[in-house]
Design a protein around this ligand. Structure first.
Ligand code: ZN
Length: 244
């Protein structure tokens, strides 16, 4: 079974469609939240996700859009986009986003948007944070999004001591299952933040016992044009060009 691990679509339909075109042999999609927020096509992205056999958990932007979270902690651009997104959501999209469970366990994997200990809010950037989070889930592996940065944190071996290694995953990098515990972030589909503007995701191949990182170029200008037409914050459009 081959599963696409995606996160942070952020209403970027062109990026999501390009990632779907890149799918090969995918039977199921695991989505790690922030389907909406920032971008111009919230309902279209929810609808497209729902055409797949899939599971999904909510992110902070999904919760903000349905009014389940105050946007006081958002920066002004993110808040403006969240309010706009909330106004656009159809009843169907809203009901779907409201139905998502905070975390999920699927086989050897725990799914959480930010981290297992703070599923909505924690940005997992550092091995010391990862080390604390390894005690907060009971499966072998954990999948997170939220930072939009493709990364893997490994559980430390006794020789390594308190913290394990972390790596920024390059396109094509393959992570092997069955050796040690890890927390893995597939990167962001709709707003990558590692300096590479291409959409980022990963493919889990259960039979081969590995996860492969993928990057996909998409029509960034089309998304930007729509954002400008809708008068969404200009900085949110521009950052897509840089992948930050
Ligand atoms: Zn996000």
């Amino acid at each position: 079974m081959r599963i696409a691990i995606i996160s942070d679509i952020h209403s970027n339909l062109a990026a999501f469609e390009a990632v779907i075109k890149d799918f090969d042999g995918i039977e199921e999609v695991w989505c790690l939240g922030d389907v909406v927020g920032y971008g111009p096509y919230p309902n279209e992205c929810v609808t497209l996700l729902r055409t797949f056999q899939h599971i999904c958990i909510p992110g902070n932007h999904d919760w903000a859009a349905i009014g389940k979270m105050d946007t006081a902690d958002f920066n002004p651009d993110a808040r403006r986009a969240a309010l706009w997104t909330g106004e656009q959501l159809t009843t169907e999209s809203r009901v779907y986003l409201e139905s998502l469970p905070l975390t999920l366990t699927e086989g050897d994997f725990t799914l959480a948007h930010g981290s297992p200990r703070e599923p909505i809010w924690e940005y997992l950037f550092h091995p010391t944070q990862a080390r604390a989070n390894f005690d907060m889930f009971h499966t072998l592996y954990c999948l997170v999004g939220h930072t939009h940065v493709p990364m893997v944190f490994y559980y430390p071996t006794p020789e390594e001591g308190f913290i394990g290694p972390a790596l920024y995953a390059q396109p094509g990098a393959a992570i092997t299952l069955g050796q040690r515990r890890f927390i893995l972030n597939p990167g962001g589909v709709g707003q990558p933040r590692d300096g590479n503007p291409d959409a980022s995701y990963a493919i889990l191949d259960l039979e081969a016992g590995r996860i492969e990182y993928r990057r996909v170029a998409y029509d960034i200008a089309a998304t930007q044009q729509k954002m400008r037409q809708l008068r969404l914050p200009e900085a949110l459009a521009q950052r897509l060009s840089y992948g930050w």
